[in-house]
Design a binder for this molecule. Structure first.
Ligand SMILES: Cc1cc2nc3c(=O)[nH]c(=O)nc-3n(C[C@H](O)[C@H](O)[C@H](O)COP(=O)(O)O)c2cc1C
Length: 190
């Protein structure tokens, strides 16, 4: 049975809501095991993850979906610390041929989120992973892909609380990505 892991950092809860939606989509696919993992920035010291359990789960995953808020036009420092801590995996090509995808939340409609998704893509490429994009058409009546991103899932929080933002359409976009990744993980396993 393939495993899909969603690993993310969230400072004030918006990315958590999107991560939960992505995880829901992945978990909706029968025959797939899933993990939803929140990054605790304090666990990462000098490029090393103190929590071995997290890497154990990722090592046995067939797909890893990365999520981070956009802070100053890129991934949050806490996510970057996690990414740096994956350096040991790079040395051994441990994540080569795993499926990867990404999502991000920012305050503004743009907010330079594309830089964040491109960073997540680069991280996946460094590991030799296989990137799954976001092919949903923009401007759908249900708000799916309303921000028009194909590199990964973008969501916008504005200045609303996580109870309200990201929007239902943004979360549905995340759910669709999670489902797509899980379906590919299943295909690859076969
Ligand atoms: C340090 C910091 C930097 C930020 N930089 C940006 C930015 O570059 N563009 C943007 O649109 N929003 C920016 N924001 C807003 C966050 O992206 C937004 O509040 C997001 O919903 C936070 O997600 P979280 O609740 O998961 O932490 C920034 C917020 C913080 C705290």
């Amino acid at each position: 049975m393939p495993t899909v892991s969603v690993i993310y950092f969230s400072g004030s809860g918006h990315t958590t809501k999107l991560a939960e939606a992505v995880h829901k989509g992945a978990a909706s696919v029968a025959g797939v095991k899933t993990n939803l993992i929140a990054i605790n920035g304090e666990d990462i010291v000098h490029g090393r993850y103190k929590n071995d359990e997290v890497f154990t789960k990722l090592d046995v995953s067939d797909a890893i979906i990365f999520g981070t808020p956009t802070y100053m036009g890129g991934p949050s420092a806490q996510f970057k610390a996690f990414a740096d801590a994956t350096g040991g995996k790079w040395f051994t090509s441990a994540w080569k041929d795993k499926i990867a995808a990404g999502f991000t939340v920012s305050m503004s409609p743009s907010g330079d989120k594309l830089s964040t998704l491109h960073y997540l893509f680069t991280l996946a490429m460094q590991h030799g992973m296989i990137w799954i994009g976001q092919p949903e058409m923009p401007l759908q009546p249900n708000g799916v892909n309303r921000l028009g991103s194909n590199s990964g899932v973008m969501a916008q929080a504005g200045q609303e609380s996580p109870d309200i933002a990201p929007s239902e359409g943004d979360k549905l976009t995340g759910e669709i990505l999670g489902k797509r990744v899980a379906e590919y993980a299943l295909k690859l396993k076969k």
